[in-house]
Design a binder for this molecule. Sequence first.
Ligand SMILES: Cc1ncc(COP(=O)(O)O)c(C=O)c1O
Length: 379
Amino acid sequence: MSSKEKHPGLDGLHPDSLVVSTGRPAPSPDGNINPSISLNSTFFAGGPVGYGRSGNESWGALEEAIGALEGGPTLVFSSGMAAINAVFSLLPKGAVVTTSKNGYTGTMVVLAKLVEQEWLEVRYVDVADTEEVLAALPGTSLLWLESPTNPALEVADLPKIIKAAKALGCGVAVDNTFATPLLQRPLHLGADISMHSVTKFLAGHSDLIMGSISTSDPALFHRLFDARKNGGAIPGPFEAWLALRGIRTLSVRLERAQANALELAKRLTKHPAVERVRYPGLPEDPHHDRARSFMKGYGAILSIDIKGGPNAADKACESSRLVSYATSLGGVESLWERRHRWAVESPTIPVNLVRLSVGIENIEDLWNDIDQALRASQE
Ligand SMILES: Cc1ncc(COP(=O)(O)O)c(C=O)c1O
């Protein structure tokens, strides 16, 4: 959707209103209130799009919405991984990437492959250790930050790190999947890229896979646009339509899920089956003060290290009834899993760590289910 077709008068709205109002067709008598699902692989000649691998009305509306929330022009991709690969595809041979040693496994696997192929050099850092990150910056082409990290919930000092990286001329990308643009806006902190697995909180219903990249740099936008067009990792129009439908309720979903997460985190700290709770919303969490200093909330993901090792952790996941035993996160339904059930999980993540994506169910129902599953894990 081009800017002249945008719904007028949305400037200055609160994000709670933006999620509802952005990405709609311009008002006209009997015009659609929602964008259409545009099922077209090609278009009549003479316009700027031309062919369905370059653009589609349904993605355009979603891009407008994510762009309004993130604060920069946006491209949507067929998955979060497609978005990540598009960024890495722009790096020349020999480029240095600095990233978390505990990041999302998919990103870690792609980077490891590029190192094995002698395409990139990767410096792995503890993103919560600001001095360590700053020391790795000289010579870095791209600083790839994820914050909070998946699944250890570490928080990087984004304002300080982004400022220092930009002063040295490093490119900075932030995987904003866990926080969502409602809790932090990396482009406003000076990052070049804010990336999402749209699959998660933005779409919010565990019914599609999609990714996005927002950037404030027009030249970078065009290079990424070409990477998507030529790489072919475009989303389907129906998925784009669903994702935008999901964004309409992002604010209320996140509000409820966050409140549930905080309450569960508090109760879990006192649970006899739990060794450690990782949630930046807890005042005693090592990342709490930093998160509070620049984030607007602490998100709806928490991780727990379960007493009794990996077998007990697996047993807990198998024993829940309301919380589904499944990977992924950010949906309306609560999900949990022991992360090391995946062979690719980082060796720095404890083998008994269970990541819990908290949904919007009733808090007492969630607690009763988690409590009985944790008790069962210790039998
Ligand atoms: C933080 C993070 N980034 C990126 C991805 C990849 O996204 P997708 O599964 O949409 O390809 C995931 C998926 O779990 C994720 O958790």
